[in-house]
Design a protein around this ligand. Structure first.
Ligand SMILES: *Cc1c(COP(=O)(O)O)cnc(C)c1O
Length: 460
């Protein structure tokens, strides 16, 4: 039996000491914080960062429940409530006894074996579970090692489907602006071409077809003029487009924007009429974040291909999955090259797969809808104050996502400091201060996060 778990306090209370601290010799001596910082700066790339780094990263010693424990106090805080769920993945919080147990159990059987010619229960169980919980037409699962790779695989599936059908000219993608689909090459080509992080490569990337960003507002009535333009664009390019790829309902790293699920129904209809496949990238939205288990559920439509990642392993290890319909799988198999030519070394990693299954079971075994709604209500009340702050142009909440949009680029260092002073970890970007807390965040901590978002918006 797992130990009792209090999300406020976290799992096992004391982080494990390093072996060197208890006289063992198998682990190296820990670095002092100053040493660690100097070596980090000298040798280690950080996401979207220069080398050497400009911003001093905070040093995390351990994490438990919803709290990150720092190696030393910063702005008077040794522990920070995590408002980011480690880039939206750690939905159950850190050091969770159930996920730890799944990892330990699998570790003692095997951490990894190759997936070519071999299979194992963790991968089969996870794939079966994913087929059960995603929209019914999705029947086949490709386990990838990161979200970006799962998008690459989705694109490969779609292009290969049309090639197998004797229509190799259908090899472009269509998307709407404002999206984000990852950092490898094909995903970069469908990220927002302006303002995104991949502008630099605009001449080198495959040129895809872009519609305007969907009009703002989850509850907004669909705009008939936009719908007409979207349909026309798909129709105009149907001969060369293999698939439409979008993030359903919430555009995440491209700008934290919400749109009406009605546009997803428009895409589904247009794609069906015009012989184009539809890909939903649910890497950020999957596993309850928007209030439905998958955001496609808001629209009641099913894509031909769907990517999941981020929260799949509860934030423990890197794993993602690309699911497709039997039509897509059979279409590929009928081709001149009947196989999907993709197979990462760490495909189906048993350790990640075991944790992922445990994480999905943990989620579905609780009233996750109630928890997400509770956090959403807390964010709505706590962030209301932000509307009155100077420089704030919009405050929006959907599911367990809270966003404050500014009329200027946020001063990241100042905003981070303001949040840390409130005892909260946030990572604002562009003109956005936002939070996606773990679902186990208690009401008091949700309010603390809201105070930090407001402070960051004020001082950033
Ligand atoms: C994060 C993200 C990705 C990329 O996933 P990685 O695991 O970082 O490669 C792709 N699509 C969406 C919608 C994401 O939020």
């Amino acid at each position: 039996m797992p130990e009792p778990y209090d999300p406020e306090l976290g799992g096992p209370a004391e982080p494990k000491p390093y072996a060197s601290e208890i006289g063992g010799s198998s682990e190296p001596k820990p670095y002092a914080p100053d040493e660690l910082r100097a070596l980090d700066r000298a040798h280690v790339w950080h996401p979207y960062g220069p080398m050497p780094g400009r911003q001093e990263p905070l040093i995390v010693e351990s994490a438990s429940g919803v709290r990150l424990r720092l190696a030393e106090p910063v702005e008077g805080q040794r522990e920070l409530v995590d408002g980011m769920s480690s880039w939206w993945s750690a939905v159950h919080g850190y050091n969770h006894p159930v996920l730890n147990e799944a990892a330990r159990g699998q570790l003692d059987r095997m951490s990894h074996v190759m997936f070519g010619g071999l299979t194992h229960e963790p991968a089969v169980r996870l794939a079966t579970r994913l087929v059960e919980i995603t929209p019914e037409p999705l029947q086949h699962v490709f386990l990838a090692d990161s979200g970006s790779v799962s998008v690459e695989v989705a694109v490969k599936m779609c292009l290969q489907y049309w090639r197998s059908a004797g229509r190799p000219e259908k090899r472009r993608l269509l998307t709407w602006r404002g999206g984000y689909h990852g950092d490898t090459w094909q995903p970069m080509s469908v990220c927002d071409p302006e303002g995104g992080m991949h502008e630099l490569w605009s001449g080198a990337l495959p040129r895809q077809v872009f519609a305007d960003a969907p009009p703002d507002g989850f509850d907004a009535e669909p705009d008939p003029a936009y719908v007409a333009r979207l349909r026309e664009l798909i129709a105009a390019h149907a001969d060369e487009v293999a698939a439409v790829i979008v993030e359903p309902v919430v555009q995440g790293a491209g700008g934290m924007r919400f749109h009406s699920p009605a546009y997803l129904r428009v895409l589904r209809e247009a794609c069906d009429e015009l012989d184009v496949l539809l890909v939903f990238d649910e890497i950020a939205t999957g596993f309850g974040r928007t209030g439905k288990l998958f955001a496609a559920g808001h629209a009641g439509v099913s894509p031909d291909v769907m990517c999941v990642g981020k929260a799949l392993t509860g934030g423990y290890l890197t794993m993602a999955a690309t699911l497709c319909t039997s039509r897509v799988a059979e279409g590929i198999s009928r081709g001149e090259v009947p196989v999907l030519a993709h197979g990462p070394t760490f495909m189906g990693n048993p350790l990640a797969a075991s944790i992922a299954s445990a994480s999905v079971d943990l989620l579905l075994g609780q009233d996750w809808e109630g928890e997400v709604a509770r956090i959403g209500a807390g964010l709505r009340s706590g962030l209301a104050a932000a509307s009155d702050l100077p420089g704030v142009v919009d405050v929006r909440v959907l599911g367990a996502i809270g966003v404050v949009q500014l009329d200027h680029e946020v001063d990241m260092a100042a905003a981070t400091r303001a949040a840390v002073r409130e005892g909260v970890w946030l990572r604002p970007f562009r003109d956005l201060v936002y939070t996606m807390p773990p679902y186990v965040t208690g009401d008091d901590d949700v309010q603390r996060i809201c105070r930090a978002v407001c402070a960051a918006a004020r001082e950033g």
